[in-house]
Design a protein around this ligand. Sequence first.
Ligand SMILES: C[S@@+](CC[C@H](N)C(=O)[O-])C[C@H]1O[C@@H](n2cnc3c(N)ncnc32)[C@H](O)[C@@H]1O
Length: 260
Amino acid sequence: MELDTGRAHVARVYDYWLGGKDNFEADRAYGDELERRVPAIRVAARMNRLFLGRAVRYLAGEAGVRQFLDIGTGLPTAGNTHQVAQAVAPSSRVVYVDNDPLVLTHARALLTSSPEGRTAYIDADVREPASILEELPATLDLEQPVAVLLVAVLHLVRADEVAYPAISAIVGALPPGSYLAITHATGDFWPASQVAAANATNRAHGVDFRFRERGEVARFFDGMEIVEPGIVPVAEWRPDGGPAADRTDANIWAAVARMP
Ligand SMILES: C[S@@+](CC[C@H](N)C(=O)[O-])C[C@H]1O[C@@H](n2cnc3c(N)ncnc32)[C@H](O)[C@@H]1O
């Protein structure tokens, strides 16, 4: 992907909603327009980011996972995956993957591992899983469980015929006891008119986006054991009483599953 400041890039729009500074006029224009149509969008972005922290703490803690593959990393912000995981288990290894050129230029901030652990960054596209899988053994031991994080990225893979096989290929390369964590935007909680308005804004700004229903999100977990509390609105996934954990107006499904 080319660095294009004249068109909205989701990594930068998300950074804008989270209060970051790595964004341009086109990102802010799209971000503001979508917020007019979806007033809870900033809350949704924040709830999504808080889920990432809770899921990684669960995976590194209770689930005992020591290796993470974070696809669709986003621009570095507070509480990056390796910081959360290594605070629980300093030996945690994290591979980050994103296809946005600005994320690549900021990747150094993601490579600040604890001495006991490791981090790596792959400039790759989730739609081409082979390009990710061939780089993994340099950092991860694929005989040991890996937690794959696809947090707020799969709704940016519009084509089902690309999205499902890509995730199957990644999951198929990992050993039993690995985990998959997903958040995904949905129109399930909204009237059809609001879904249509959000879709129109995304189309107008050239953002390749697709809401999926709960059943479509469940399909990504086919054959896996979804851990409690199941596929739930993002703020309801193992709330820890942290900031705004009571906000349930985010239009995002969240779940974590274990590969048998
Ligand atoms: C909304 S951000 C989410 C960031 C982070 N996962 C989080 O939830 O806090 C989505 C990220 O996915 C990346 N992304 C979008 N399409 C992608 C693709 N096809 N392959 C890899 N990364 C992609 C974007 O560049 C962006 O950084």
